[in-house]
Design a protein around this ligand. Structure first.
Ligand SMILES: [Zn+2]
Length: 224
C-alpha cells in the first residue's frame, strides 16, 4: 500500500523526499528519526559550541545570553580536508530544537543543494535575519578561519525545501495523522518524536491537519 501523503502538491514532494531520508535511515513509520546518526552519512561533523576557538568570551556570552534566541546553528561553508563540514548547534536551545536545526543541514546535503553565495562578512559571528519560515529563528554561520565569518546562503527555495523536508522527516505525515486522529496532543506527539511542540504544530498546520487536530481535542474535552 502506498503511503498517505499530505494534500498539497508541494507538501507531497517534500514528504516523498522526507520518506526517502527515513527509509535511508532505516526507521519504521512511527519511529523517531535521529538526525545525529544521519549527519554522519551527510559528512557533517557536529562540534560542541564550547570547543570553538577564536570566539571571544564576550561573543560567547552574547551568543548564549542576549542573542541566544537569534540563532539556531549552521554548517561551516568550507569543508575540512577530509570533505566533512562542521556544524555548530546552539546549546542554549536544547536537544529538541537542535535536532530540527541539524535535520535541516542534513536535508540540504541530501537534496544536493549548492550554496549560491560565499562571502566574508565580518570578524565576529553575525546573526543573519531570516524571516523565510515563520516561527523560525535566524541562523548564524560560523566561518572556518578564526577571525572571520563566512556566510553561506542557499537560495530561498532550497532553504524552504530543506527546512520542510527536515521537519517532515522528523514528524512524518502518516504517523502524525494517525496520532492526530487518535486525539493525541501536540506536546505528546513532540515527546514521541523528540522534537519541540512548535515543530509538531507547524507540521499539523502545513499538512492541513489543524482542523482535525482541533476537532479531536474538542471531542475529547466533551467526553470528559
Ligand atoms: Zn538552511
Amino acid at each position: 500500500m502506498l503511503n498517505p501523503l499530505p494534500p498539497s502538491e508541494k507538501r507531497k514532494q517534500f514528504e516523498l523526499r522526507a520518506l526517502g531520508l527515513r527509509e535511508f535511515a532505516g526507521v519504521a513509520a512511527e519511529q523517531p528519526l535521529d538526525p545525529f546518526a544521519l549527519a554522519q552519512f551527510a559528512k557533517l561533523l557536529v562540534v560542541d559550541f564550547d570547543s570553538i576557538e577564536g570566539l571571544s568570551s564576550e561573543s560567547r556570552t552574547h551568543l548564549l545570553g542576549d542573542a541566544a534566541n537569534e540563532w539556531s546553528g549552521g554548517a561551516c561553508s568550507r569543508p575540512l580536508p577530509n570533505g566533512w563540514r562542521l556544524v555548530i548547534l546552539n546549546p542554549a536551545h536544547g536537544k529538541q530544537r537542535n535536532r530540527a536545526t541539524l535535520m535541516e543541514e542534513v536535508a540540504h546535503v541530501f537534496l544536493g543543494h549548492q550554496p549560491n553565495r560565499l562571502a566574508v562578512i565580518s570578524r565576529n559571528p553575525t546573526v543573519r535575519e531570516g524571516a523565510k519560515n515563520p516561527g523560525r529563528n535566524p541562523t548564524v554561520r560560523e566561518g572556518a578561519a578564526p577571525n572571520q565569518t563566512l556566510a553561506r546562503d542557499y537560495n530561498h527555495d532550497d532553504e524552504e525545501a530543506a527546512y520542510a523536508v527536515g521537519a517532515a522527516a522528523l514528524v512524518p505525515y502518516e504517523a502524525l495523522r494517525r496520532f492526530v486522529t487518535r486525539g493525541r496532543r501536540a506536546s505528546d506527539i513532540a515527546r514521541h518524536f523528540r522534537v519541540s511542540r512548535q515543530l509538531v504544530e507547524y507540521r499539523i498546520k502545513v499538512t492541513h491537519l489543524w482542523k482535525e487536530y482541533k476537532g479531536a481535542s474538542t471531542s475529547l474535552a466533551e467526553q470528559v
